[in-house]
Design a protein around this ligand. Structure first.
Ligand SMILES: *[C@@H]1O[C@H](CO)[C@@H](O)[C@H](O)[C@H]1NC(C)=O
Ligand SMILES: *[C@@H]1O[C@H](CO)[C@@H](O)[C@H](O)[C@H]1NC(C)=O
Ligand SMILES: *[C@@H]1O[C@H](CO)[C@@H](O)[C@H](O)[C@H]1NC(C)=O
Length: 328
């Protein structure tokens, strides 16, 4: 029964006095002290403390309730209080406390009523609890039926979630891109595109156009053909890390685009911009760069095309300490 008092902080477990506050703080430091001494029996200490304090003290001070709730977390899984069970996602849920949502809401219900979840003004904290419920229900990844109905809830999921999905419907991709527009979810969008393409999905022109409004973190998921239709202004937005997983055939398409895009820049400025794209550069272009007395770091050098570095007199040069000047 001791726990009942803690669970209903506004209930009538006594009246607050300064004395009781002092006693609580003393108890708290006592708990921390004894926990340190008996680290492996922390749970026993905690329940002992709960019994002691709830006999003596009031829980009407919200800050104390918070302390207690934090202390409780992880040591006890609370049951849903009678009468608070959730059978439908409706307005009432908005007024549930976070621990009540944790105790009373079922992941399968959320998956079934995702449209209602999206229609109601839940807080970020509440939505995050819902997300955890879904993650627990689907540890291997959300089923495609749920992904199709995610809509705005897509903004709550992480790239790690998405990398477990199978997305086979272009309509789903489009609907999720629509809700993502103008939000900072570029990594999620990149993951979504990757998961669509990896199961054989084809992106159409309309989808590629939609993609151009996102940061191009998705580029390496596109085929060389799709990359060739990527607009020139997208090239300006590419960061080096966006190209990390691109394959040589993709770099072959991206380099000429970057070469043209950055043409209005001068020597070192141009080099700084073009560097991440050099994996797709031809022998002639590389030579022209090196003649400009530009020093290339080893990371960039290792990404160059082996064929571009071949010269009949030298043969294949993969040695790490290759002197580029002697190669001219
Ligand atoms: C995705 O597809 C793979 C291969 O068919 C399957 O093993 C995996 O369980 C699927 N994942 C989900 C979340 O449906
Ligand atoms: C080159 O062109 C781009 C876009 O057309 C522009 O943003 C950039 O400032 C230009 N750079 C120089 C050095 O003119
Ligand atoms: C090339 O760079 C080296 C080292 O940065 C410098 O000593 C040399 O004068 C430069 N040569 C030309 C032609 O710019």
């Amino acid at each position: 029964m001791a726990l009942q008092c803690a669970r209903y902080p506004l209930g009538s477990c006594g009246t607050p006095t300064h004395g009781s506050l002092l006693l609580l703080l003393l108890s708290l430091s006592w708990v921390l002290h004894s926990r340190a001494q008996t680290a492996d029996t922390g749970q026993g200490v905690m329940s002992l403390w709960l019994q002691r304090t709830s006999q003596d003290l009031s829980w009407q001070r919200p800050e104390l309730t918070v302390i207690l709730r934090r202390a409780l977390r992880g040591t006890e899984k609370k049951a849903c209080p009678p009468g608070r069970e959730v059978h439908v996602v409706d307005e009432d849920l908005i007024f549930y406390k976070e621990w009540e949502l944790e105790a009373c809401v079922d992941g399968a219900l959320l998956a079934k009523q995702m449209d209602r979840v999206n229609a109601l003004p839940f807080t970020y904290q509440q939505l995050n609890i819902f997300k955890q419920k879904l993650d627990q229900l689907y540890p291997q990844g959300y089923p495609e039926s749920l992904i199709q109905s995610l809509s705005y809830f897509f903004l709550e999921v992480t790239p790690e979630n998405i990398h477990k999905w199978n997305v086979t419907s272009l309509e789903t991709v489009k609907s999720l891109l629509k809700v993502s527009k103008g939000r900072k979810v570029d990594a999620q969008v990149a993951a979504l595109i990757a998961r669509y393409v990896v199961v054989g999905g084809q992106l159409d022109k309309a989808t590629l156009d939609m993609l151009s409004s996102f940061h191009p973190a998705y580029l390496c998921s596109l085929s060389p053909e799709q990359l060739s239709s990527v607009q020139q202004d997208v090239v300006w937005a590419i960061r080096p890390q966006d190209l990390d997983t691109c394959r040589p055939l993709q770099m072959d398409v991206l380099y000429p685009k970057a070469h043209i895009a950055f043409q209005n820049m001068s020597g070192s400025e141009y080099f700084a911009r073009i560097k991440p794209f050099l994996g797709g550069a031809s022998t002639e272009d590389l030579r022209a760069l090196i003649r400009q007395n530009i020093s290339m770091d080893m990371a960039t050098f290792k990404k160059l095309r082996k064929e571009a570095l071949l010269r009949p007199s030298l043969g294949p040069s993969t040695s790490l300490d290759l002197d580029l000047r002697s190669w001219l």
